[in-house]
Design a protein around this ligand. Structure first.
Ligand code: OOG
Ligand code: MG
Length: 254
């Protein structure tokens, strides 16, 4: 029977080698709380190699994502410096197992979040916003997992790209969001798909910060979660995420 540290090392090893592993929950039962411990331990492996925490991501904040993956609870994971790809850059598919792209909205924190905050407090905490691409790459075979499995696996996060930061508008509702592969629209929905209001992702992140006794420091990036289902990336694809009124995020896979 593997302990939490062993599971963390196994998942970290799968990410480093870009080789998938069996779903952990098929052989070991563990709780949601234990899953977050495993996530923290596996991220500590990365930090010990010189990588750094730069922010957090929420997952399953839209029905489209919940339905696609069969998981119906909001989750959160950690983003690191090595996951951050320069907007407009090229990256090699070989560092991933079976990457999928999703269109998101990102926020930049201007003040530490260490307690639950309400919608009316958001301008005090958020510096700016932008369009984003998240590249998810489950370390599990066939992208199959339970809620606990995916939390332990840092919520499938593997890379992200940010468009240009811009001032936070009063509302982020009713904005058309698209995911494009080489100018072909692969997915499209309204920003309302994210929690009915993408700004609520900030309140939800603050609730999680309070629940897990975490501080999300000023300067952190927050990914609000995908508005649409994720799409497998193929070689030779320029992936673009657009949010109406914002500059796009793009990355090319070789
Ligand atoms: C889990 C990550 C979900 C999102 O934006 O909803 C996520 C997965 O789908 O593998 O990042
Ligand atoms: Mg995502």
């Amino acid at each position: 029977m593997m302990n939490k540290q062993e599971i963390a090392k196994k998942l970290d090893g799968a990410a480093v080698a870009a080789q998938p592993v069996e779903q952990i929950s098929l052989s070991v039962k563990f709780s949601e709380e234990e899953a977050y411990d495993i996530q923290r331990l596996s991220m500590e492996e990365r930090y010990s190699r010189g990588d750094n925490f730069v922010g957090l991501k929420l997952g399953f904040t839209s029905y489209a994502k919940m339905e696609q993956m069969g998981v119906h609870d909001m989750i959160w994971g950690r983003l690191t410096k090595n996951m951050w790809l320069t907007n407009g850059s090229q990256t090699s598919l070989s560092r991933f197992i079976h990457p999928r792209a999703e269109p998101e909205i990102a926020f930049l924190l201007k003040k530490d979040i260490d307690r639950e905050i309400g919608l009316e407090e958001i301008p005090e905490y958020i510096e700016s916003t932008c369009a984003a691409i998240e590249i998810i790459d489950s370390r599990y075979k066939n992208f199959k997992f339970s809620l606990e499995d995916v939390i332990a696996d840092n919520c499938s996060s593997s890379a992200f790209v940010l468009g240009e930061w811009q001032a936070l508008p009063k509302s982020l509702n009713d904005l058309k969001m698209s995911l494009m592969f080489n100018d072909e629209v692969k997915q499209q929905d309204s920003s309302n798909a994210i929690l009915d209001n993408p700004l609520l992702s900030i309140c939800n992140a603050s609730r999680l910060a309070a629940k897990y006794n975490q501080t999300f420091p000023a300067g952190s990036v927050l990914l609000a979660g995908a508005a649409t289902p994720a799409v497998f990336v193929e070689p030779g694809t320029t992936v673009r995420a657009t949010v109406e009124g914002m500059s796009e995020a793009s990355v090319t896979f070789e």
